[in-house]
Design a protein around this ligand. Structure first.
Ligand SMILES: [Fe+2]
Ligand SMILES: [Fe+2]
Length: 181
């Protein structure tokens, strides 16, 4: 990131990074790192991709940073589950940061990749209903945050668990083959 881009990115998200509630995410383990670090990586990648695809850079940076804004693990409660935590994160983002509609939608749809994986392998996370209509991103910003989350997750998991990354890569290849039309 250039110095100018870094300044712009910092300006977009500084209030979130200094917020006490958001700082709590430093305590949560996520993909072998902290949720804070994971979210910051997703936000920075979203910002970079947003520049390339001419997206709303402020919204994409904030949505990227807040996409996993919930406390605890995904297994701890129903609201934190694989497919419900985006709604929890969106509600928290609205409560503490008054996010706009674009940001809120991008947060809510960031787990679309998990929905696609479930469509191919329904036995994964069987107890949750995955609706393509509900989770499909509705904006360029939403698609970018979703893609950034997936890419960063693969990189983070790869560092800690090679087989997980291998399985995700395999699923992605199936996705491309099955959804190419
Ligand atoms: Fe998430
Ligand atoms: Fe995430």
């Amino acid at each position: 990131m250039t110095k100018r881009s870094k300044c712009e990115f910092d300006e977009f998200v500084c209030d979130i990074l200094e917020n006490d509630h958001f700082l709590e995410t430093k305590k949560d383990l996520h993909h072998g790192t902290s949720k804070y670090e994971h979210s910051l990586r997703v936000a920075k990648l979203s910002y970079r991709l947003g520049r390339i695809f001419k997206a709303d850079l402020r919204s994409i940076s904030r949505a990227g940073l807040l996409h996993d804004f919930f406390l605890g693990t995904r297994k701890e409660s129903a609201q934190n589950s694989y497919l419900r935590h985006p709604v929890t994160a969106s509600n928290n983002a609205k409560k503490y940061f008054n996010v706009n509609e674009l940001e809120s939608e991008a947060i809510k749809t960031h787990m679309f990749h998990h929905v696609l994986i479930k469509k191919i392998f329904p036995f994964i996370n069987r107890e949750e209903k995955a609706s393509v209509k509900e989770f499909k991103p509705k904006s360029k910003e939403g698609w970018i945050v979703c893609a950034s989350d997936l890419l960063i997750s693969i990189v983070e998991c790869e560092r800690f668990q090679f087989t997980y990354a291998f399985n995700v890569a395999l699923l992605l290849i199936f996705n491309v083959i099955l959804f190419k039309n």
